[in-house]
Design a binder for this molecule. Structure first.
Ligand code: PMP
Length: 435
């Protein structure tokens, strides 16, 4: 029954994988709610929502129905010169839910391309206004995807060393990460804001935009910042006539407790969404901007237009599922459920934070995270791989990001399943032994 595993080993190149050293991939034959099942029927709790995509749960009946219904109507149509109901309705629903003048939706199909579009948009917005602004400001520890523009603004993540010579001009500024009991955050925030202001002034109008993951850096290690810092950043950028791009690819759709993280601070000029957009079902992304930005692209010449688009732009199947998913947030009381998960996380953190191997405890919405006390913190350190393997052996999909251990479960997770996760975390830390 699992003869395809041999085919996988011989023919498939997996993402973010060193094939020379990593164990073979685990086959998943079925999924339901917060659980994955192997072909032999072994259950693995998906505590990181399959790369942070799954929101309402795997194989959700309502989403399955929306997908099947759309497949019976139109599965795909090119999006230049054509449109369809799911895309138009989704764009309108997003504009309404986002508010703050974020009214114009450009579709693409993954987080990296949503960012790539945002960078091109920001650059060309100024170009169309007759200004040459070829620089971006991004944050240390920021991650925005794997395409070239996204790698450039994510250079502070440390993932892209091999490509440094090929990346466009980006200035990286410090991210004032914080955690429970941190007493020095205000000073770090003030320093970061001062550095950004100086850079903007020194660049003398050459910065097109500042890009940031609001409230929480994901791949950089679930690093949180305070909402007041985000608001101050937006105010500063606007005072110095610079666009702000919020990359909410990971934080969007409830992860930080509100539907969008920016709701806890200020709204950006451009926002990137993907992952939870389709509840984790299908590849789809949007870059949403203000009408003021859209209008700079209007005119008689094609050169003023945004010359960008992918074969699967605004795929109808994905758009139909995304529309249904957005409605589910109201119908299933998803945000109150996230608040309940946050409460449970905080209670569990009281137990976890006293463990000698846990430090910098932090909880935000559905995300619980802490760092390993001692250890190297390297992305694929021996300790981080050992922990991941330990969790898998007890039926938990928890993949530490270097020295950071975190949970980001689907919102349908039950209280019993959460308890299993917290117990598993303690057992994992115990198994690591002393630092
Ligand atoms: N931005 C952020 C904040 C992300 O977390 C990610 C993916 N982890 C991306 C962009 C890239 O998204 P994708 O992997 O879908 O290209």
């Amino acid at each position: 029954m699992t003869d395809f595993l041999d085919l996988d080993r011989r023919h498939v190149w997996h993402p973010y994988t060193q094939h020379a050293t990593e164990a073979p991939a685990i086959a998943i034959a079925r999924a339901s709610g917060a659980s994955l099942f192997t072909p032999e029927g072994r259950e693995i709790l998906d505590l990181i929502s399959s790369w942070w995509t799954t929101t309402h749960g795997h194989a959700h009946a309502g989403l399955n129905a929306a997908l099947a219904e759309q497949a019976g109507k139109v599965e795909h149509v090119m999006f230049a010169g054509f449109t369809h109901e799911p895309a138009a309705r989704l764009a309108a629903a997003l504009a309404e839910r986002l508010g703050h003048g974020l009214t114009r939706v450009f579709f693409s199909d993954n987080g990296s391309t949503a960012v790539e579009v945002a960078l091109k948009l920001a650059f060309q917005h100024w170009h169309n206004k007759g200004e040459r602004r070829h620089r971006f400001i991004a944050f240390d520890g920021g991650y925005h995807g794997d395409t070239f523009g996204a790698m450039a603004v994510g250079r502070g993540s440390g993932f892209f060393g091999a490509y440094q010579d090929l990346l466009l001009e980006v200035e990286t500024v410090p991210f004032p990460a914080t955690w429970d009991g941190d007493t020095e955050v205000a000073a770090r925030e003030a320093e970061a804001l001062e550095r950004i202001e100086k850079r903007l002034i020194a660049a003398d109008g050459a910065v097109a935009a500042i890009i940031v993951e609001p409230l929480m850096q994901g791949a950089g290690g679930m690093r949180f910042c305070r909402p007041a810092f985000m608001s101050a950043l937006v105010d500063l950028a606007h005072r110095l006539d610079t666009l702000v791009i919020f990359d909410e690819v990971a934080t969007g759709f409830g992860r930080t407790g509100t539907l969008f993280a920016f709701e806890q601070a200020r709204a950006p000029d451009i926002i990137c969404l993907s992952k939870g957009l389709t509840a984790g079902y299908l590849p789809l992304a949007v870059t949403v901007m203000t009408e003021r930005i859209f209008e700079t692209f209007l005119g008689d010449s094609f050169a003023r237009a945004l010359v960008h688009g992918h074969s699967f732009t605004a795929n109808p199947l994905a758009a139909a599922v995304a529309l249904r998913s957005l409605a589910l947030f109201g119908e299933e009381g998803t945000l109150p459920r996230i608040a309940a998960i946050e409460d449970r996380h905080r209670q569990a953190m009281a137990r976890l934070a006293v463990h000698p191997r846990a430090t910098r405890p932090r909880v935000l919405g559905s995300v619980l995270a802490f760092d390993l006390a001692g250890g190297s913190g390297d992305y694929k350190s021996a300790e981080s791989v050992a922990l991941r393997d330990h969790f898998l052996a007890i039926g938990l999909n928890i993949r530490p990001l270097g020295g950071t251990v975190y949970l980001m479960p689907p919102y349908c997770i039950t209280d019993d399943q959460l308890e299993r996760a917290y117990d598993g975390l303690i057992r994992g830390l115990d198994a690591l032994g002393k630092a």
